[in-house]
Design a binder for this molecule. Structure first.
Ligand SMILES: *[C@@H]1O[C@H](CO)[C@@H](O)[C@H](O)[C@H]1NC(C)=O
Ligand SMILES: *[C@@H]1O[C@H](CO)[C@@H](O)[C@H](O)[C@H]1NC(C)=O
Ligand SMILES: *[C@@H]1O[C@H](CO)[C@@H](O)[C@H](O)[C@H]1NC(C)=O
Ligand SMILES: *[C@@H]1O[C@H](CO)[C@@H](O)[C@H](O)[C@H]1NC(C)=O
Ligand SMILES: *[C@@H]1O[C@H](CO)[C@@H](O)[C@H](O)[C@H]1NC(C)=O
Ligand SMILES: *[C@@H]1O[C@H](CO)[C@@H](O)[C@H](O)[C@H]1NC(C)=O
Ligand SMILES: *[C@@H]1O[C@H](CO)[C@@H](O)[C@H](O)[C@H]1NC(C)=O
Ligand SMILES: *[C@@H]1O[C@H](CO)[C@@H](O)[C@H](O)[C@H]1NC(C)=O
Length: 430
């Protein structure tokens, strides 16, 4: 196994020392209270003095915008649809129906490209860079009808027909349900709305995981996919070195304590504050980066530091604690499995068998193109190797030696390394 890259080692240690070790003390309960108090005081102090720092650095206006606003800010047409899954969750779908350079022919039937974000992010993943480096805008300008999904539990998909968002029942889901309900609902809706027989699918991270599950278990949906583009694909995480997953694995009980077993890293005013107010301050910059890149590893050379405020204000976009626990269950396993509900009886209720079933990707026949990074802590090269050997209809693969998990979204050269190739393949498959 490779040693941890230097940056990652630093982030893990830093985070554990600063935030976690104090909580592990014998007087854990009292410590937790004290810790929360300290954090709150820190925020309050900064909150009242921030005027003094305000001129430190200009903030990009997108840092305080929602998805529709960002799309129209750059002059693109935007549409939003609320769709309902079979189990009652209401999800937001965003659409850029055509680009800036080809609006004349907007009655023409355009091929559809669907973009699915990964763990702890949202549809903002595809529109957070400048338009010349954001996949959503690039595809619209290349003449495609772009749709962007939002998994249940993210900032933009927090409604349900019957369940209250603050109920335990609402948050009782993991990526199993995203694959079983969210993806089919989104794809069926798009196909119906656009009258297209088939669409292109691009997923990043967990957005590839749910696609592998859906396309290998629901043939009717798989038939709808012309080509599946998998960026930083995640299927098993046996070798994953992600500090966040590792930490979550070690600190399951703490996560539960802090989030009351519901939402993980929610959109609270605290998080927005971190993104739009803390990051412009030079001293705090480092902490902001650490939190963001703790998830995935990072490479400062390939990141536009002047846009970190946008990335931070849109991410993390939230998921359920159960989803994080599901990833933790897989941490040491070389196979992707459904969520283990914790007892044979409960598993029997959910799966009609006492253990959680394996997902087997060899059943999937969708033409698949993959891009992976050798510096990716989450989608580790060893895990990717296992996955690639199981993809039956593999049409293209590229390994980028210096890429980490977020370079596929925010890398300064992501257009040249990845997006231009996606567009080429789409154009070659009309
Ligand atoms: C986004 O912001 C606009 C303008 O404030 C608002 O009209 C719209 O409802 C917002 N959308 C969401 C999903 O919050
Ligand atoms: C619009 O479509 C027509 C017919 O398909 C084509 O001849 C024309 O070049 C298109 N215009 C633009 C600006 O793409
Ligand atoms: C996008 O535009 C910016 C500003 O004009 C430029 O600095 C950057 O190199 C461009 N990026 C790409 C990928 O073309
Ligand atoms: C996120 O939280 C802020 C502050 O609590 C709130 O104003 C905003 O509407 C929230 N956004 C969403 C999409 O829930
Ligand atoms: C980096 O981001 C800033 C702020 O959005 C932008 O003005 C600049 O053009 C970007 N640089 C590149 C190389 O994309
Ligand atoms: C991972 O699995 C191996 C054997 O399969 C076991 O020896 C090891 O203790 C496990 N590690 C963790 C952290 O569970
Ligand atoms: C549950 O499993 C049993 C035994 O494998 C099988 O006979 C039964 O049909 C299954 N029930 C459902 C609803 O799939
Ligand atoms: C997946 O399915 C194939 C063919 O059905 C089988 O050969 C293989 O052993 C299965 N893999 C796992 C991990 O169950």
């Amino acid at each position: 196994m490779q040693p941890l890259p230097k940056g990652a080692q630093y982030v893990t240690d830093y985070f554990e020392d600063t935030y976690i070790r104090p909580l592990k003390s014998r007087r854990a309960k009292r410590f937790q209270m004290w810790y929360l108090f300290k954090v709150m005081s820190f925020i309050l102090i900064l909150g009242t003095t921030r005027g003094a720092f305000r001129k430190q650095r200009s903030v990009n206006p997108e840092a305080s915008m929602n998805i529709s606003q960002i799309i129209s800010y750059w002059g693109y047409p935007d549409e939003e649809y609320d769709i309902t899954t079979e189990d009652g969750y209401i999800l937001s779908l965003y659409r850029i129906p055509y680009g800036k350079t080809n609006s004349e022919n907007n009655s023409v039937q355009r091929l559809v490209v669907y973009l699915q974000h990964g763990l702890l992010t949202s549809a903002s993943s595809w529109i957070s860079n400048l338009p010349n480096n954001s996949l959503g805008f690039l595809l619209a300008d290349a003449g495609y009808d772009v749709w962007m999904g939002n998994s249940r539990g993210t900032t933009w998909s927090r409604k349900h027909l019957y369940l209250k968002t603050n109920s335990k029942e609402f948050w009782a889901f993991s990526f199993d349900e995203m694959a079983k309900y969210d993806l089919p609902a989104s794809i069926n809706f798009i196909v119906k709305q656009t009258q297209q027989e088939q669409i292109f699918y691009v997923g990043h991270s967990q957005g590839t995981t749910i696609a592998f599950i859906t396309f290998s278990t629901i043939p009717k949906i798989a038939e709808r996919i012309k080509v599946f583009f998998a960026l930083a694909p995640v299927f098993s995480i046996k070798y994953s070195k992600s500090p966040l997953i590792k930490m979550a694995y070690n600190w399951k009980s703490l996560i539960k304590f802090f989030s009351g077993s519901k939402e993980f890293l929610p959109n609270t005013s605290f998080k927005r504050f971190v993104g739009s107010t803390l990051c412009p301050l030079k001293i705090i910059d480092k902490i902001c980066r650490d939190i963001l890149f703790m998830v995935t590893g990072y490479d400062l050379k390939n990141l536009n530091m002047s846009r970190v405020d946008v990335y931070m204000s849109q991410n993390p976009a939230g998921t359920s604690v159960q989803n994080m626990l599901h990833w933790c269950q897989l941490f040491n396993s070389s196979h992707l499995k459904a969520f283990d509900w914790g007892s044979p009886d409960l598993n029997l209720v959910h799966f009609n068998q006492t253990t959680s079933p394996l997902y087997n990707v060899t059943n999937m026949n969708v033409p698949t193109a993959t891009w992976s990074g050798e510096n990716d802590l989450l989608a580790d090269p060893e895990d990717v190797k296992i996955l690639l050997s199981e993809i039956t209809n593999h049409i293209y693969h590229k390994t980028i030696s210096y890429y980490n998990h977020v370079d596929f979204l925010f890398g300064l050269d992501v257009y040249h390394q990845v997006y231009s190739e996606i567009i080429d393949i789409i154009q070659g498959n009309p």
